[in-house]
Design a protein around this ligand. Structure first.
Ligand SMILES: *Cc1c(COP(=O)(O)O)cnc(C)c1O
Length: 395
């Protein structure tokens, strides 16, 4: 089936202004998302904030149905959050862990997640064990099996790391976790919106993601999934009037759905916009998006690797829309700056964001060019031409 690129670009106002290769940072939002956000802000200005929320209740509540359809779960297993980190934190800090308990995680786990592990290591004496990679650079499923014992209380895996094309085998890991009866938490921040993500197929108990990356939602939005059967094991690190009922001076009751992890006060325009972004992605079909993203990323990788001095660093057997590279003799920051002069957005992925992986590979930082389905083949060719000329300038 032909991908309607013209329509994708027409419905993305930013395409007129920039060549955007920072979709792993924050994608360009679509016209319907932009309109939904603006119209809710207008409603707030005209009616008052609370009154606007009441009037827009259908659109606000729709987020749960949209997210449930996207992830293949039910709406009461979804909670809204202000970003992926908070969503992930709410899940992680709810897991009943005790001194000596062990967390198994991926080498390319996201920095903020790893900091949370270290935080609990310091505060309560849990232990952390990174699972070695297989020969493709993926979290090794066999190594994971060999690391299981009665101390392991959580398996926490990053689906797609922030620093490259790697796609971890989250479903194979889920099978191991289920057989061992161990809680399984997936950071799907870079996966959701880029590829089909199905929590039943993955077999995870917990999953967190963001709105602004491949889903093309507003900034300041995220959401989480919690499997209904594990909800009762999880104690939120903090509660409030929205998440618990104050029944008597000495008594309260937690909400009985995933929303026990939410905050009462949030950005409603963003929440509505997120629902629209999810609908919009599903209307393109995640299968079609995933196919096109892979096609574009492979085009970028193959052209970049033909440029003298360029090294492409992406790991994995299946590789996604995140492309990372370095150029001999020029720092990633300088490359980013040069590209910006041509109105091309890339970013620099820093060692600290995925410290274990970067130090193991002897990498300091890299240019990250992340493509989305609305990027054109011409944009990719143009990016490579600029990079090739940079090299010439250096010599
Ligand atoms: C960006 C990112 C996060 C954090 O998401 P926020 O929405 O910025 O909190 C977590 N994990 C991965 C893999 C990421 O790339």
């Amino acid at each position: 089936m032909q991908f309607d690129l013209q329509r994708a670009r027409y419905e993305t106002p930013g395409c007129k202004f920039v060549k955007h290769f920072n979709n792993a940072g924050s994608s360009l939002i679509s016209q319907p998302v932009l309109e939904a956000i603006i119209s809710h802000l207008q409603l707030e200005a005209q009616l008052g904030g609370y009154e606007a929320t009441n009037q827009a209740e259908g659109a606000v509540e729709h987020v749960y149905d949209a997210a449930a359809a996207l992830l293949n779960c039910s709406r009461d297993e979804i909670a809204f959050a202000e970003n992926a980190t908070r969503a992930w934190d709410m899940l992680f800090y709810s897991v009943p862990l005790r001194p000596g308990d062990r967390i198994l995680t991926s080498i390319s786990e996201y920095g903020s997640n790893y900091l949370a592990f270290l935080h609990l290591m310091k505060r309560m004496g849990i232990t952390i064990a990174p699972i070695p990679n297989d020969e493709y650079g993926q979290t090794s499923v066999d190594a994971l099996k060999n690391m299981l014992d009665e101390r392991v209380k959580l398996i926490a895996i990053t689906y797609v790391p922030t620093n490259g094309g790697l796609v971890n085998q989250v479903a194979a890991i889920g099978k191991v976790a289920r057989e061992a009866g161990i809680l399984y938490l997936v950071d799907a921040c870079q996966a959701v919106g880029q590829m089909p993500v199905d929590v039943q197929a993955i077999g995870c108990d917990l999953l967190a993601t963001t709105g602004r990356k491949y889903l093309r939602g507003p900034r300041g939005t995220g959401f989480l999934y919690v499997r209904r059967s594990v909800l009762e094991q999880l104690t939120p690190p903090f509660i409030e009037l929205h998440t618990a009922r104050w029944l008597a001076p000495d008594r309260y009751q937690l909400r009985q759905d995933a929303r026990r992890f939410e905050s009462w006060e949030i950005n409603y325009a963003g929440k509505i916009g997120l629902g629209v972004a999810i609908d919009y992605a599903m209307q393109w079909s995640l299968e079609a998006i995933w196919q096109r993203v892979q096609l574009l990323a492979e085009r970028l990788r193959s052209q970049l690797s033909e440029i003298a001095g360029v090294t492409v660093h992406d790991l994995g057997r299946v590789r996604c829309g995140i492309v990372t590279f370095t150029l001999a003799g020029m720092s990633p920051a300088e490359i980013k700056q040069h590209l910006a002069q041509h109105k091309m957005n890339v970013t620099v992925t820093r060692q600290e964001a995925t410290l274990l992986d970067m130090t193991a590979r002897g990498l300091d930082n890299m240019v990250r060019a992340s493509v989305h389905y609305y990027n054109s083949e011409e944009e990719i060719d143009a990016l490579c031409e600029v990079v090739a000329r940079l090299k010439t300038k250096q010599l």
